[in-house]
Design a binder for this molecule. Structure first.
Ligand SMILES: *Cc1c(COP(=O)(O)O)cnc(C)c1O
Length: 398
């Protein structure tokens, strides 16, 4: 049954397409842009977003489990799907069958894939893999000294084919940190080149690298020299958010340096909405919510919203967050409950049951972004977006 509870997230098709176009332009025609749709497309809805992106020309998608890969394969039979987190025990068979491409960095990844290939009697070079090199993230990826042993196993005759060499930057919003990693990465690529394995892509960089004039642009030249192309994997910017600090521009200005930040005009794709379902007046001295953490200091008009922390509205927003009603800010009154939230609408004239309340999005020229919500929670827009629970229906809009 479709949900009839008035709490939903609107996903804008045109904004997603706009951001995708912006990022492709920033990447340039020589670079392959991989659309990161892990974690249910950062909370935006995997299947719907992938369909829109594929129709807009996206060929490569990145997910972080075979499960997500299988779900994506169902809607995008032709797409290239990268399992960026690698595969786990027992998953190689499905990965191969569904034509999901694994990121690999440990011998056991190769063991599993070779075994699956043997069972399916697949020929040489039929299973492309992306080899990750760890350059300082220390999360996944092979150390430079382990690379030779791994690439030896992808020599001609093996079912495995080295399609890309990748790395991941830990501080893409900080040129210095990335510079060190680029140095290590290029050194590893050059060392590999001596042994003459062939690969198609040098895969490095995320949204932040596309939004900055930084040293990663040099990687396109390196890729070309090695007879490959660069691949960039962008997630958050597709959904309209920048991973750069909001004051990055000002900070560079203060240092007397020209800002490296590009101004591409990304547009937030998701709006999170609910409706006022009930209203009440409480008198001075009356409390609201669990723990009675809100007390009225004047006759107060409260509005009830059918959304709570089980929907991903974080409890940190109790007495701190706000929503938009009739184009004005209504502060959260008291703690957020599991399924309900109360807001103070005393200063907003004419609020009625049925009025739309915007948790994230725009209303009458006012707006509240996932970044605003993240600041109140001391986190990042990524987490705010991913937190929106599966039970909140995603509705595609223009
Ligand atoms: C999530 C992820 C990305 C995308 O990062 P954004 O900052 O969202 O652009 C790229 N590469 C890897 C390996 C990732 O895990």
């Amino acid at each position: 049954m479709t949900s009839t509870r008035p709490t939903w997230a609107e996903i804008s098709r045109t904004r997603l397409i706009h951001n995708h176009d912006v990022l492709r332009r920033l990447a340039g025609s020589e670079t392959e842009l991989l659309a990161v749709v892990k974690a249910n497309a950062y909370g935006h809805g995997l299947a719907e977003c992938a369909r829109v992106l594929e129709r807009n020309g996206a060929r490569w998608f990145g997910v972080t489990s075979v499960e997500e890969g299988v779900a994506l394969r169902r809607v995008c039979p032709e797409a290239r799907i990268l399992i960026m987190s690698g595969i786990w025990a027992g998953e190689a068979e499905t990965a191969v069958e569904q034509n999901l491409t694994a990121v690999v960095w440990e011998p056991q990844h190769l063991d599993w894939l070779e075994e699956a290939a043997r069972r399916r009697r697949l020929g040489a070079g039929t299973i492309p893999v992306h080899l990750e090199i760890d350059t300082g993230m220390s999360r996944q990826g092979a150390a430079a000294r382990e690379v030779t042993a791994l690439t030896e196993r992808m020599r001609p005759g093996s079912p495995l084919r080295l399609e890309a060499v990748m790395t991941h930057f830990h501080s893409p919003d900080d040129g210095q940190g990335t510079r060190g990693q680029i140095g290590q990465f290029v050194a590893a690529l050059v060392a590999m080149e001596v042994r003459k394995p062939r690969w198609d892509f040098v895969s490095a960089g995320s949204s932040a690298n596309l939004l900055l004039h930084d040293d990663t642009t040099a990687l396109s030249g390196v890729a070309k020299q090695l007879g490959a192309r660069r691949m960039v994997r962008a997630g958050i910017a597709l959904y309209g958010y920048s991973p750069l600090p909001t004051n990055a521009d000002a900070a560079w200005g203060a240092m007397g340096e020209p800002s490296p930040v590009k101004e591409p005009g990304l547009r937030p794709v998701l709006a999170w909405k609910t409706k006022v379902t009930s209203l009440r007046e409480i008198g001075t001295g009356t409390s609201a919510g669990y723990g009675a953490t809100f007390t009225a200091h004047r006759p107060t008009q409260l509005a009830l919203l059918p959304v709570g922390y089980a929907d991903g509205l974080n409890r940190m927003l109790g007495n701190r967050g706000w929503v938009l009603i009739r184009g004005q800010r209504a502060p959260v009154a008291g703690r957020i409950s599991m399924d309900q939230t109360v807001v103070d609408v005393t200063d907003i004239a004419g609020v009625a049951a049925g009025d739309e309340a915007v948790l994230i999005g725009e209303q009458s020229g006012e707006k509240i972004t996932a970044d605003d919500m993240a600041d109140l929670r001391k986190t990042i827009a990524y987490e705010v977006l991913c937190d929106i629970a599966v039970r909140v229906p995603r509705v595609m809009v223009e």
